[in-house]
Design a protein around this ligand. Structure first.
Ligand code: GLY
Length: 345
């Protein structure tokens, strides 16, 4: 078992890897627990949850709305929760986002923790204290920065994940390696079979290394004033592709990472060999490196991305493998480069 401590402005967040979900009550220090989960996770794993009130939501990104949060507030009210209560989100990224947001806003903030059940939530969505909901077609437009008191990564949850969902998480692990850890990239190359078969000791190693990259960045820039933007590598095009093409988050980010790596190469920051290495890596994990993109709608979605400030986009470029830098680019520059960034197979 390994652990990492993230020091947030409002207090520490303790991240425990390889701890079973049954340890949650101990971490809540005797407080009255309310679990928020989704129907699928509850059906698969509910027998291992702590004995307490459980609020179930539907499954998928469509649930990440203020309406869902409204229903949760109503249940909090009917359960008579007060500041001595403790909220625990057990589920994937959607559950963690909603549980963290509802807890952070009810009664001006209830303490909360997570037991993320997907690889994506264990390496990204559940860690770092960004919690929120989508609004009028914009992802995560409404939300809070507030750290969970704990994050318990129980790797038994991963055993029931469909492979497509494992790949979603691996896309973020690869992103963390590319922006901050060359050794992790080498491990991902050499340990592919063990990783894809979810061998627990190897999974713990790569989740740990991945979180070290994220926690290091978040602890220096919790509220995304600058450096935290590096975590958006692959996501400027990735979010636009996800929105317009209906691909999964991991697939979209994978294509976005190839496009953004090619832009880094065009700016002299990466070699052709580096870009090929990235493509081989993504392909080896069954992630796409290209898709027939609709140029106009992808560019339109990039332009509407909330990371845009005036005419500029804070764009994350790779500065060699294992390092990243942020540059302000004009949307027009991306429009002009677009065709060269797409992979033509
Ligand atoms: N998922 C990106 C971040 O936490 O900032």
């Amino acid at each position: 078992m390994r652990s990492i401590e993230l020091q947030g402005a409002g207090g520490p967040s303790h991240i425990a890897l390889g701890l079973p979900v049954s340890s949650v009550p101990d971490l809540c220090q005797g407080r009255r627990i309310t679990v928020i989960t989704d129907n699928d996770v509850c059906a698969l794993h509910g027998n291992r949850f702590p004995e307490c009130n459980t609020i179930k939501i539907g499954t998928g990104e469509k649930e990440k709305t203020l309406e869902t949060v409204h229903r949760i507030y109503e249940t909090f009210l009917s359960l008579d929760l007060d500041r001595s209560s403790f909220i625990v989100g057990i589920g994937g990224g959607v559950v963690c986002d909603i549980a963290g947001f509802a807890a952070s806003t009810y009664l001006r903030g209830l303490p909360f923790g997570f037991a993320p059940t997907t690889l994506l939530a264990q390496v990204d969505a559940g860690v770092g204290g960004k919690n929120g909901v989508n609004f009028q077609g914009y992802k995560n437009l409404i939300g809070t920065f507030n750290q969970p008191q704990f994050v318990v990564c129980d790797f038994r949850f991963l055993k029931t994940l469909p492979m497509a969902e494992v790949r979603n998480g691996l896309a973020e692990v690869i992103k963390h390696a590319l922006i901050g850890d060359r050794d992790l990239l080498s491990q991902l190359e050499t340990e592919r079979e063990h990783i894809l078969s979810l061998q627990e000791d190897i999974i713990e190693k790569i989740v740990y290394a991945s979180l070290e990259v994220k926690v290091d960045i978040v602890s220096r820039d919790e509220k995304e004033g600058g450096e935290r933007r590096k975590l958006n590598f692959g996501h400027t095009f990735g979010h636009a592709i996800e929105k317009t093409m209906g691909l999964s988050h991991g697939e979209s980010v994978s294509i976005g990472m190839v496009m953004e790596a090619r832009l880094s190469m065009a700016k002299g920051l990466l070699t052709a060999y580096d870009v090929q290495r990235i493509k081989n890596m993504l392909d080896g994990y069954g992630l796409p490196i290209s898709a027939p993109l609709d140029r106009e709608s992808v560019i339109d979605a990039v332009g509407k991305d909330k990371k845009r400030e005036d005419e500029d986009i804070h764009f994350v470029l790779l500065d060699g493998i294992g390092a990243a830098r942020i540059e302000k680019l004009k949307l027009q520059e991306l429009v002009e480069a677009f065709d060269d960034l797409c992979e033509h197979r």
